[in-house]
Design a protein around this ligand. Sequence first.
Ligand code: PLP
Length: 360
Amino acid sequence: MDRVYNFSAGPSVLPQSVLAKAQAELLNYADSGMSVMELSHRSSLFNDIIEKAEKDLRDLMDIPDNYQILFLQGGATLQFSMIPLNLMVKGKAGYIHTGSWSKKAIQEAKKYGEIDVIASSEDKGFTYIPKLDQVQFDQVYDYIHITTNNTIEGTAYSDIPDTGDIPLVADMSSNILSEVIDVKKFGVIYAGAQKNIGPAGLTLVIIREDLIGKAKKNCPVMLDYKTHSDSNSLYNTPPTFAIYMASLVFEWLKELGGVKKMEELNRGKAAILYGYLEQSKLFSSPVEKESRSLMNIPFATSTAALDAEFLAKAQAAGLVTLKGHRSVGGMRASIYNAMPVEGVKRLVEVMEIFENSHKV
Ligand code: PLP
């Protein structure tokens, strides 16, 4: 079977050339006679892989020297616990509530300290990002937490809030590396790998050095950022193959022209789909225009039955995993970095054909 256009929200499509390279090297990596999966994480060959991954990511995101890059496990979900365990020194943090993932982050953080929900878009079903430019962030907070891209609801911050001296912590799971960001605005950036980085099983943390070493006394050793920072992410056996795959993705992104070029391509892809949605009489997007995500684009017809019919037609045309999250229904096209523009064009074509065949 040919490869399909996979619109999954995660794990999601990887660049075909990256998969082909991994396939070519699968049995015998760099003439070692072993697969990367079989290499010791203490070997010089693996050391070269993780060092290159770190260096390439540093270049791609222009990460300053006073930030550490950690390759961890446990998904973004474990960061919901690690963030408060490591940063809650005074005992209070502020969260911006913009959807299902921020809800989980808030629920978990409440176990470790006092949480203020500073702003929320729950009043309108999380269809927008609250305006934060007038908000004065109280100095009592150990940190402020945002979710830069809301994977399920399809919203994203167009401006990163200025939290002054209070560290800004960002769950960037679904839009890391998709557009240029200024790392210096953040204390911590974290992301599960399975969208724009590589296979599931790897979690990336980019953390400013002064925020390391403040974990609670009873913090488990594996959940203390200092453990991983002191050992260059090799305290225990890391997800070696996932780190290797991430390094291939970083290499691919560099060859393509870096994050600036990627952002240009992503804006182009998103414009094709939003442009169609804006003029369609059948499909519509629930998200406010200024808060639209470049990565996850939910849309729907007027009825669940028509949605189901469209999903079946799309599937038959080789456009898969377009079903919206079970909490919101409808459709959702996740068009991460590795989704080629041809996939988005094909989706719009199939939507157009469907709409034309349902004209009243
Ligand atoms: N945060 C966001 C924004 C996500 O999109 C996801 C997963 O889709 C998560 C957190 C949870 O990530 P994980 O499954 O890696 O724990």
